[in-house]
Design a protein around this ligand. Structure first.
Ligand code: IDP
Length: 150
């Protein structure tokens, strides 16, 4: 696997905001060694939600998914680091919290698939597409750690 730095999109879904878990989850990613390159709190419109979840349109759970993701504000962020896409997916745990191992975010904080706390891009291509839904190029700040903080 390549060590080239990647960007990935993470959403802390409305249940994470409502349950005041955002700080804890962001801290997990910082402690792992990923860099925050962009961060905002926003309310998704139905149009943004439909764009984000276009691949699921027509599935039985789609209407509930759009209702859930637009039910309150979300925190969107771009995380950067070597293999950031895979690392975030591993830290999130399985989509269904029943299968998510303890120690993962969904394993520790969620019980049902319809309220599973977090989204993370599933590939570098998805990350590029999803980041463009939430952030302009100017909002993504690429930087390096000073030697003393590496
Ligand atoms: P992911 O979020 O782990 O990438 P996806 O399969 O892309 O999983 O599904 C997107 C989201 O749609 C899930 O995180 C979950 O909130 C919801 N979802 C997926 N499958 C179901 C289901 O069978 N029932 C209810 N919600 C579902």
């Amino acid at each position: 696997m390549s060590d080239i730095s990647q960007n990935t999109l993470v959403l802390l879904k409305p249940d994470a905001v409502q349950r005041k878990l955002c700080g804890d989850i962001i801290q997990r990613f910082e402690r792992k060694g990923l860099l925050l390159s962009a961060l905002k709190l926003l309310q998704l419109t139905p149009e943004m939600a439909a764009g984000h979840y276009a691949e699921h349109k027509g599935k039985p759970f789609y209407p509930a998914l759009i209702e859930y993701i637009t039910s309150g504000p979300v925190v969107a962020m771009v995380l950067t680091g070597s293999n950031a896409v895979k690392i975030v997916r591993t830290m999130m745990g399985a989509t269904n919290p029943v299968d998510a191992l303890p120690g993962t975010i969904r394993g520790d904080y969620a019980t049902v698939m319809s309220c599973n706390i977090i989204h993370g891009s599933d590939s570098a291509d998805s990350a590029a597409r999803e980041i463009a839904i939430y952030f302009t190029e100017q909002e993504i700040v690429q930087y390096h750690l000073e030697d003393c903080y590496e």
